[in-house]
Structure formats: C-alpha cells, structure tokens
Design a protein around this ligand. Structure first.
Ligand code: GLU
Length: 460
C-alpha cells in the first residue's frame, strides 16, 4: 500500500553526484548517487551530474563512459546536461587569483623554487562548525587545519578548489556524499565563506562495510556495479538494495519501487553508523522481484541469459523454476538439464546420493517398472517397497540422474516435463556410468591396498 504522500520539505533543491571516474564503478559511488536522486525527487528538486575528470591520466574517456553506463543502468538520469570539471579550469584559477588579490590566499614555493609557486588558502582563525543532516553538528578548530593548497606549483587547481567552485557555479545547495569527505568539508566551509558564497546543506552518508566493519572492497566480494549486472541482478533490485544500505523508510517495507522510495526518503531514516553489506539480502530481493513481476517480463529477463526459442515448454520450465530463481546468471547452469543432455553434475551430491551400495541397481529397477507405467511416482513407491528402500533416498538418486543436481523444483514435475523417454534414457546412462565408476574404484582400491600393505583393501 502506498503511504500517504508527504509534502516536500525543502524547496529549490539541487543535488549532484560528483564522481571521479577512474575505472570500474564502486557500489558506494552509486549508492551516493541514489541518495542524491531520492532526496531531489522527494523534494521536487533537481539531480545533477558533475564528472570530476581533472586527473587526466586516470579519468580516461572509457572510465567516464563506464560511469555514465552505470548510472544509466541504475536509472540515475541527471536533470541537466552533465558538467565536466576539466572544462572549468580557467574559472577555478580566476577564483584563486581573486582570493590572492583580496589577501585571503598567498603564494609559496615551499622552499622548492623548481616546483613553481603554489597558491595557498589561509585557514581563517577560530572554529568551523558543520551542521550535518545525518551526523549532526560537528566542530573543528582551525588551528588543527593546515593552510590549504588550492593551486599547485604547476598551475593546476586542486580538488578542494575545483569541487567548491563548481558546486557554487552549478548552484548546488545540497552536498550529499560519503562521510570520508567530512574532513574535506571542514576545509570547504571557510573556502565558501572566503569566496562569499552561500553555504550548501551537507549530508554525509555512512560508509558501506564488510562483516568485520571495514570499508567494503573488492576483496570482500563483488564491489563494482558492473559485476552485479553481470551476475544477473536486476537494476530495480540493485537500486532498492543500495537505497537500504544506510536508509530505511521507517516501517517494515523492504521491497520498494524507486517512486515509493523517493516518496518516503528523508534524513530521519538515514543512519549515521556504518551500513553493512549483505549479499544474501540482495539475492533474496532479486528473487522476490523476479517472482513479483508479470510472467512475460520475468520470462524476458530469463531468456536474456537462457537464449531459448519461445515455446510452451520454455514457459513451463520457467514457471517451475520461478520460486527458486535468485541471480539470473546462475539460471543457465541451473536449468541446462531441461534443454539438452549436456548439463553440469554436482559431484558432491552425486557421491552422496548415487554412489551408494545398491543404488544404481535400484535406479535401474525403477527404470524397468517406469517403462511399463504412465506415471512417475507409483513405480518409485513400488521399487522402494520391493527393495526396502526409503523413498527420499531413491528420489535423491533419481534427481541426480535426471538433473545432475542435489536439489531443485518438485522432482515429479521435473520428470513430467522431461517426459518418460528422456527420464529412462538418463537413468540408464547414469546407471552405466555409476557401475563403471564403482568397478574402477574397486580395482583402484585393490591395487592401492596391495601396494601399500599387501593386504586387500577393505571398504569398511
Ligand atoms: N570526486 C570526489 C569523489 O568522488 C568528490 C565527491 C563529492 O564532492 O561529492 O569522491
């Protein structure tokens, strides 16, 4: 149920994402983009994009494109043309010159004339207070902050200057970014004041951590947005998941659309403590979304990876798989057995369920009874009774034979879909292979035993 619409709290909101593209896009970057987008949407404001591409070596056109693609995939569409920071260098230097002219900055070569003269912003005396919408009020004494280089000796503007000047020029009035920028913000506030610009509102977002509480990195698993796309995570699930990393709507809802999230977004719901990454939750969300969508959309997503011809058979397979689907990229291996005789076999499950004394024989007996029957379950009951075998055990072996897997959708449904002929054929093949394997193992055990101790091997 959609909640009662809440009135926007702030007017004329302008937020922005200001990434420095250098390669694969970390999920933390996109999460920041999502919070900026949600806050702008909630308040009927604008969400902007500024590409901080001043590091010419690392911000290659490919890296910029990767960033744009990632945002596009997430549905983070900026409301105005993206701004490229590298185009604004003259403006950054003009502001630095003005600060120099007004005595608020000075030049220095730091005793190394060969490196040229840098322009340094004089940290004013006193204290700087940052009223953060997430973290509350924080104060830092100016004496604890060094004067700030804003233009390097080689004449290039430093991040702090470029970032502040561009935000002023883009009329950004909400700076929403990761809390690794808090220390920068303490330096940016006096810079705004020296330039004579109005301070933006600030919201610093909690970092994303691994279970040990350390910043989540690629060492902890997938950390780049492209990896999730490749694994078959839906854009909607990724967006929803990242939005809930540090924010909650304040009720029990977890599965939400972008619109519902924008509606509910406010700073009260944003936590200041670190947000722990939980990949299991993402998988769960993805599965839930695939189950909740119309069958045709679900089928389209599945067939993007399965690439099967459209048929009633495909529909039945996908219906059967639907309660179990999580990540789309896993689907081709998960249902390969529906589409051909080449399918992966879970060897551990095979050892446990099939390679057991008497089991291949029981399976073979089942195939015999099955060939004279028009259904799957009754012959299985018959064989189990005859051989004094638990039903679950024979079903486990049958599942290995028909699907190569230790678990999956309802076994008899699977058999009905495959058809009796194919089921019998797979059982026969499995039995032959299992018997061969058992013989080979016995032979090997025999030689081993003789070689090592001279006594025959014992199966125990
Ligand atoms: N380009 C910086 C970053 O990606 C700036 C962040 C910001 O001001 O939002 O960390």
């Amino acid at each position: 149920m959609p909640s009662t619409p809440t009135a926007p709290t702030y007017s004329n909101v302008r937020t922005r994402l200001a990434p420095s593209p250098t390669g694969p896009v970390h999920i933390g970057n996109i999460r920041t983009g999502i919070f900026n987008w949600l806050f702008a949407r909630h308040n009927g404001g604008k969400f902007l994009l500024r590409i901080e591409d001043t590091d010419r070596e690392r911000s290659t056109p490919e890296a910029v494109q990767t960033m744009l693609d990632a945002m596009d995939w997430m549905g983070l569409k900026p409301d105005e043309e993206p701004v490229y920071q590298s185009n604004n260098m003259a403006r950054h230097l003009e502001v630095a010159e003005d600060l120099l002219a007004r005595g608020l900055a000075f030049k220095s070569d730091f005793g190394k004339p060969e490196l040229g003269e840098a322009i340094v912003f004089k940290m004013p005396e006193g204290a700087v207070t940052l009223n953060d919408h997430v973290k509350g009020a924080m104060t830092k004494q100016s004496k604890d902050m060094k004067d700030l280089v804003i233009v390097r000796g080689d004449g290039t503007p430093v991040f702090h200057l470029a970032n502040v000047v561009d935000d002023i020029d883009m009329k950004v009035n909400w700076v929403i970014r990761g809390d690794d920028h808090v220390e920068n913000t303490f330096r940016h506030i006096p810079l705004y004041q020296a330039i004579g610009a109005e301070l933006p509102n600030y919201a610093h977002l909690p970092m994303i951590t691994n279970p040990q509480g350390k910043p989540y990195s690629k060492r902890d698993g997938d950390a780049f947005i492209g990896e999730f796309k490749e694994r078959g995570v839906l854009s909607d699930a990724m967006f929803n998941f990242l939005a809930l990393l540090g924010w909650s709507p304040g009720d029990e809802r977890e599965l939400m659309t972008r619109e519902e999230m924008a509606e509910a977004f406010d700073w009260d719901g944003v936590q200041s403590s670190p947000a722990q990454m939980d990949l299991k939750k993402l998988e769960w969300m993805n599965g839930e979304m695939l189950r909740d969508m119309p069958f045709d959309s679900y089928k389209e997503h599945c067939n993007d990876v399965l690439k099967q011809d459209d048929s009633p058979y495909l529909n039945k397979v996908l219906e059967l798989m639907r309660p179990r689907v999580k990540l789309l990229a896993a689907l081709p291996a998960q249902c390969a057995f529906f589409f051909g005789e080449e399918f992966p076999v879970d060897e551990k499950a095979e050892r446990k369920k099939l390679h057991k004394e008497g089991m291949p024989e029981s399976l073979a007996a089942y195939a015999d009874v099955l060939s004279g029957s028009d259904q799957f379950e009754e012959p299985l009951d018959t064989v189990c009774q005859q051989r004094g075998l638990g039903k679950g055990k024979l079903m486990g072996a049958l599942r290995i034979a028909v699907s190569g897997q230790g678990g999956g959708p309802d076994l008899f449904e699977v058999c009905r879909l495959l058809g009796k002929e194919k089921v019998i054929e797979r059982i026969r093949r499995t039995v032959t292979e299992a018997t061969k394997a058992a013989e080979a193992a016995a032979k090997y055990a025999g030689t081993e035993g003789a070689d090592s101790s001279g006594t025959p091997a014992d199966d125990g």
